[in-house]
Design a protein around this ligand. Structure first.
Ligand SMILES: Cc1ncc(COP(=O)(O)O)c(C=O)c1O
Length: 410
């Protein structure tokens, strides 16, 4: 049996049963999973975790399912790469890339949240799963649902990157493109969720789903040799990933798996959709919803569900948030590819671009280690960089032709 106790209102503290619920009826705020940490205390040890296979379920006590995981046995435990060339170029002491661009099966960190959401959906008896998505979630729900024998109905803004649309339809999912922004898609899905008995992973299953993001934080701590990072830079769309990496570090500390540290948490957004970064930079108590206009479509959420909580964590940990323009995103994608051989999608360009800006402003400390969360794969957003890469030389199959183009490079 798992360690869940109840769902609990994040603001109200009111408890609810462990069902497909996501909004507190009193505060209208989000619900979160509450665990029995006391019972977990003696049961979770480093040895136990180390003896399990290298995937996200090695932290299963911290994840919201009752029985054994049924989805995602290959997901997670992605590489934490020491980025020596990038660090040298930027004059930094140590940089690590947490590389979820190679996550299984759909090449983004969303495979983690989906593994949890679908495992829980099966426990709750759903046979159809659904989501509102900016692209990566669509890919992951479609693929994992196919593998789990579930029907998938996916809602996306109709103008997503082609690869993200094809990378959803291929799995046999029913894909519905909406003429509108992600925020409009999400609103429609909340309505549909009231009429259809489906498990919407990021709506009525959201308290369970979002917990999957904690595994990024657990892995970073374990891969650093069982300690918390000094500074971590995280992309933000809804802001959930950032809040869950923070929660993961706190849970590992609370259970004595790592020593108490003082991780500073930094958030990254694209300038064309930066409600959370703007709230942080202007010290606003609330964020102002935006109409997105950026190539970083996966981060294009104008009204972020966890924006308020992400802002609070950034303040509490003495971090900061920044945003970068589309040309800065493209330059950062190229920089990561050329220095570390890692091809990230636009979201990763945002995260590295923001890292550069925070180093320049001195908000990030060059002399302390930095972990950069790369959350998605560049093969999925090639449209964004197609004009920014050098086209190959095309020549006749003759030595003279080669030498004609090579002479300037020798
Ligand atoms: C590649 C990528 N990185 C980061 C995020 C941000 O996730 P969150 O909504 O948890 O802030 C997303 C969201 O879709 C994403 O697709």
């Amino acid at each position: 049996m798992g360690y869940m106790k109840s769902l609990i209102g994040k603001e109200s503290g009111i408890r609810y049963p462990l069902e497909a619920l996501y909004v507190c009826e009193v505060s209208f705020g989000p619900l979160e999973v509450e665990y029995d940490y006391e019972r977990m205390q003696g049961d979770v040890t480093r040895e136990k975790i180390l003896n399990r296979p290298g995937n996200m379920w090695r932290y299963r006590e911290f994840l919201p399912i009752e029985g054994d995981p049924t989805v995602g046995q290959q997901v997670g435990f992605t590489p934490l790469v020491e980025a020596k060339q990038l660090a040298k170029k930027l004059g930094c002491k140590k940089i690590y890339i947490k590389n979820d661009a190679v996550n299984y099966p759909t090449l983004s960190f969303k495979d983690r949240v989906v593994a949890v959401a679908l495992s829980r959906a099966k426990e709750l008896g759903f046979t159809t799963v659904s989501c509102a998505s900016t692209g990566n979630l669509a890919n992951s729900v479609a693929a994992n649902a196919a593998g789990a024998g579930l029907r998938a109905v996916i809602f996306i803004p109709c103008d997503l990157e082609h690869t993200k649309i094809i990378g959803t339809s291929i799995y046999g999912a029913r894909v519905v493109g909406i003429r509108g922004s992600y925020d409009e898609v999400n609103r429609l899905c909340s309505e549909i969720a009231n009429h259809y008995p489906w498990g919407f992973v990021n709506i009525n299953l959201r308290p369970y789903y979002s917990e999957g993001s904690k595994t990024v934080g657990f892995e970073i701590c374990e891969q650093l040799g069982w300690r918390a990072p000094a500074q971590v830079v995280i992309p933000m769309a809804s802001g959930s990933l950032l809040t869950k990496i923070h929660k993961a570090i706190n849970e590992f500390t609370q259970l004595g798996l790592i020593e108490a540290g003082s991780t500073r948490i930094f958030g990254a957004q694209a300038t064309g959709c930066s409600p959370i970064a703007k709230a942080v930079k202007n010290d606003w108590d609330i964020f102002r919803p935006e109409k997105p206009d950026t190539i970083a479509k996966s981060l294009a959420i104008g009204n972020p569900a966890d924006g308020y909580f992400a802002h609070q964590i950034i303040n509490k940990t003495k971090g900061w948030a920044e945003d970068v323009s589309d040309p800065e995103i493209i330059a950062a994608i190229k920089l990561l590819a050329e220095t570390e051989g890692i091809f990230t999608e636009t979201a990763g360009g945002v995260t590295l671009g923001v890292t550069l800006k925070l180093l320049e402003s001195g908000k990030l400390d060059k002399n302390e280690e930095i972990v950069i969360c790369i959350t998605g794969n560049g093969l999925k957003t090639q449209e964004a960089i197609v004009d920014a890469v050098v086209a190959p030389d095309v020549i006749d199959p003759k030595l003279a032709s080669f030498e004609a183009i090579w002479k300037d490079n020798s």
